[in-house]
Design a protein around this ligand. Structure first.
Ligand code: KIV
Ligand code: NA
Length: 266
């Protein structure tokens, strides 16, 4: 098995095949998800929540993400590896962002992800022009939880929707080759996806994105209990973790997840 590259993902996108992404933080789950056909593994700064037990992603460090990235890379043979740039590691300057992105690439990432829209365009351009592929992330950006006043749906209403579309176009123009759309109305995500020529990855953004990302612990209902509206528990009716992951991949590929019950209105 050969590891997927950015060019392979572009081919999936061109063929109209949905991209299946999971967050992942260790080698064993990386191997399990890889074996279930997950295309991309994201070492999300959600590790602050699900691994470290914090109530936000803000305390996560570059060293934390690098440690988990190295473990995930060792576990997966095929999946494309994306590492999140944590809070404080990229906002200050393009140079600081580059230095921290180098640490994540050296740990095994093939792409870094950073939160933000047009205000991050110069930083994205700085990284991409120096050989570091970038995934952007707009909508609900958890590193800005205190500025946003909580974990709320974004892009509701005409002016917020227009700003989000402008941000998505700006990061594409800066050279981002993928963009996560988190917790926005499904119709807005569909509009953004139609307007861009790069891969859109939705989470709480409806079925019309070019792919979907699921937080591992949410999709497997760990710990058991109520989750966000867009989460589906793939353990429900599954015979094993491998079966749950395979069903999640199939549901993304055939467009049955997310359903209308997982989406937000404009
Ligand atoms: O950290 C994370 O898990 C993420 C995904 C929700 C996109 O950024
Ligand atoms: Na994240």
């Amino acid at each position: 098995t050969r590891r997927l590259t950015q060019a392979d993902l572009a081919k999936l996108y061109a063929a109209g095949e949905k991209v299946a992404m999971f967050t992942c933080y260790d080698a064993s789950f990386a191997r399990l998800l890889d074996g279930a056909g997950v295309d991309c593994l994201l070492i999300g700064d959600s590790l602050g929540n699900v691994i470290q037990g914090h109530d936000t992603t803000l305390p996560v460090t570059v060293a934390d993400v690098a440690y988990h990235t190295a473990a995930v890379k060792r576990g997966a043979e095929r999946a494309f590896i994306i590492a999140d740039m944590p809070f404080g590691s990229f906002q200050e300057s393009p140079e600081a962002a580059f230095r921290n992105a180098v640490t994540l690439m050296a740990a095994g990432a093939q792409m870094v992800k950073l939160e933000g829209g047009a205000e991050m365009a110069p930083t994205i351009q700085f990284l991409v022009s120096r050989g570091i592929p970038v995934c952007a992330h707009v909508g609900l950006t958890p590193q800005s939880v205190h500025a946003l006043g909580g974990y709320k749906v974004q892009g509701k209403g005409d002016s917020a929707a227009r700003k989000l579309l402008d941000d998505a176009v700006a990061v594409q123009h800066a050279g981002a080759t993928m963009i996560v759309l988190e917790a926005i109305p499904a119709v807005l995500a569909a509009e953004v996806t139609a307007a861009l020529h790069i891969i859109t990855i939705g989470i709480g953004a409806g079925k019309d994105c070019s792919g979907q990302v699921m937080v591992l612990h949410d999709a497997f209902d760990i710990p058991p209990g109520k989750k966000a509206k867009f989460v589906r528990n793939f353990m429900d009716g599954a015979s094993s973790l491998h079966d749950a992951a395979s069903r999640a991949v199939a549901a993304v590929k055939d467009g049955s997840y997310p359903g209308p019950e997982h989406t937000y209105a404009a």
